[in-house]
Ligand binder design. Structure first.
Ligand SMILES: [Zn+2]
Length: 573
């Protein structure tokens, strides 16, 4: 299993000694350092300067550095957003730059001279923006200003090339390293600001307020501001550590805000126990007007107004999902655009686990409503759609339904199947190991497959090839049934077969035999394409159901004895 090389020890400054130890392997990681001063006015105009201190651990003689400038993407410009880069310099020397990427969301900054390996450079940029009027993670709507992905963020290399992949409306087309941010945010008086990290101070400057934030070990810095916000605060203990929860919401949604805080507290506590320590000093929920339910950022999530207003389970589902992202996507980084399964499926399935832990009875309901019904409906109505969960966000264009059904929902069903295959103990060990090895770093899907194989003691490459990298489901049924009596018992024999599907990795398949006198379940270690089984039963069954809990996605047989009625049952009733 490939492991990242030991990086060289560097102290960023006396203020920010960075050596950290992750898991058992001591690793020293160099962090980018962003210092940003930004002013937002009531009309949604932004004026900012940003200085990035960047350490070159890419190659000797680095000639350029790329940034993502998402506010300049065609998507936002077409919707009334504006982004203008005013200047780029390094220590007073003007630098050449070029706007790149097919939607204009990439920026190449040419360095004044080749940067040696291990050396650092300060790059400063001045820019102005106009927020588009839209209900989104970046935009303004009815007095709430959402500042997601709003500043030039350093790009990463993919296969030796700078990442210039465009912005995408659905999903999170983002891929970044953890960094340290010092951000001074100036807003008109009366505005409240929620942001990533810790609020250090608030100062009044004439008719303005300056909020100063420090955020360490985060992949991004997001903020949300509004003159209409009410701020709710809750001090809690998460995994033995004290942290502060904030909710910024409209006063009329206070009740929803309080429910959101309670759900966040419970989700943080559960996931820190199941996966690993929550590393940030605070967790903030910000109400926004949005087309989505929730949106994850480091130590801050955006939640749609409509959910804070509603009375149903939707709010708690969204909070659990977005809190799970604090581990999957935020602390444990991944290529969220290229391999969204690596964070979305985990956030989705951990939402079910949240309901399983806190409301055991409702977990099946949440599993069905959130995941199974949408997925099965999708494949029913769009049978020709390729449903493999391993896809990039760009593949789906703007087809949100397709994206959610495959990457999130089928993706979560793959994790549920993995859990059934390896058992609870190993499944949760896998999650903890991912955290130990990859927290504040980046995990690729291939690393996950290797790690899951290592922990489970089984080579799972074939499993993930079947379920993540290939489309389709698997349907099982039974055939050649015979029954005989034996010492007051019934001996039932038959063959379990795969009737439809393209899978090859052997899986355990449950058979449920029932009669008014009771129910017996056996698990058959199924090998493709056919496996004989035997069951000793204290009664003569009248019904046999294959894969009753639908652990293996796909329609399976229900056999009414004595036949010959064999049919493939609908997986969702
Ligand atoms: Zn998500």
């Amino acid at each position: 299993m490939a492991r990242r090389a030991l990086l060289i020890l560097i102290m960023l400054s006396a203020l920010y000694p960075i050596p950290i130890e992750i898991g058992k392997r001591p690793r020293v990681i160099v962090r980018d350092f962003y210092h940003i001063n930004v002013t937002l006015d009531k009309n949604g105009y932004i004026n900012a300067t940003l200085t990035l201190t960047y350490y070159n651990y890419i190659k000797d003689g680095l000639r350029e550095i790329y940034f993502h400038i998402y506010p300049n993407s065609l998507y936002f410009r077409e919707r009334g957003g504006e982004f203008k880069l005013l200047w780029v310099e390094s220590e007073g020397i003007k630098l050449n730059y070029e706007i790149k990427g097919r939607d204009g969301s990439a920026l190449e900054v040419k360095l004044p001279c080749p940067l040696p390996y291990g050396d650092r450079i300060n790059i400063s940029l001045g820019f102005i923006e106009k927020l588009p009027k839209m209900r989104d993670r970046y935009g303004m709507w009815k007095g709430i200003y959402a500042l997601g992905n709003w500043y030039p963020i350093r790009a990463k290399l993919i296969g030796g090339y700078w990442d210039t992949r465009p912005y995408a409306n659905i999903g999170e087309p983002f891929y970044s390293d953890v960094a340290i941010y010092e951000v001074n945010i100036k807003v008109p008086e009366g505005f409240l600001v929620g942001a990533t990290g810790r609020l250090i101070s608030v100062k009044r400057i004439g008719k303005w307020l300056m909020y100063s934030w420090l955020a360490e070990n985060v992949r991004d810095f997001v903020w949300v501001a509004s003159p209409y916000y009410l701020r709710l605060t809750k001090d809690v203990t998460v995994g033995g550590r004290k942290i502060t929860l904030y909710c910024y919401c409209l006063p009329e949604h206070k009740e929803g805000g309080l429910r959101a805080l309670r759900a966040a507290d419970r989700a943080l506590e559960l996931f820190s126990k199941l996966i690993g320590e929550y590393l940030y000093p605070s967790f903030t929920i910000c109400e926004v007007h949005a087309w989505f339910g929730g949106m994850e950022y480091p130590s801050l999530i955006m939640i749609a107004s409509s959910l804070l207003k509603s009375k149903g389970k939707g709010l708690e589902i969204a909070i659990a999902h977005e809190v799970a992202h604090q581990w999957w996507g935020m602390m444990i980084g991944n290529d969220q655009g290229g391999e969204p399964w690596m964070d979305e499926a985990f956030a989705q399935y951990l939402t079910v686990i949240y309901f399983e832990k806190y409301y055991s009875k409702e977990s099946k309901e949440v599993l069905d409503e959130l995941i199974r019904i949408p997925y099965y409906n999708f494949i029913k109505f769009r049978p020709k759609a390729d449903d493999r969960p391993y896809r990039s966000v760009w593949y789906f264009d703007s087809d949100v339904e397709y994206y959610i059904a495959t990457v999130y929902d089928k993706g979560a069903l793959v994790l549920r199947l993995l859990r059934a295959l390896v058992g609870d103990e190993k499944f949760f060990t896998i999650l903890r190991k991912v955290y130990e090895e990859y927290s504040l770093s980046i995990i690729k899907v291939r690393d996950f497959i290797n790690l899951a194989s290592e922990v489970s003691g089984t080579n799972l490459t074939g499993f993930f090839k079947d379920w993540l990298l290939s489309p389709g489901t698997a349907s099982f049924s039974i055939t050649n049934l015979s029954i005989s009596t034996f010492k007051h018992k019934y001996l039932m024999k038959g063959d379990l077969i795969e009737v439809k599907g393209n899978k090859t990795f052997p899986l355990p398949v449950t058979l449920t035999f029932s009669s008014p006198r009771g129910e017996v379940r056996i698990t058959v270690p199924f090998h493709y394409p056919l496996t004989p089984f035997k069951a000793e039963l204290p009664f003569k069954p009248i019904k046999i159901i294959v894969d009753d809990d639908d652990l293996i996605p796909g329609k399976d047989g229900i056999y009414t004895y004595p036949g010959p009625l064999t049919k493939l049952a609908s997986t969702v009733n």
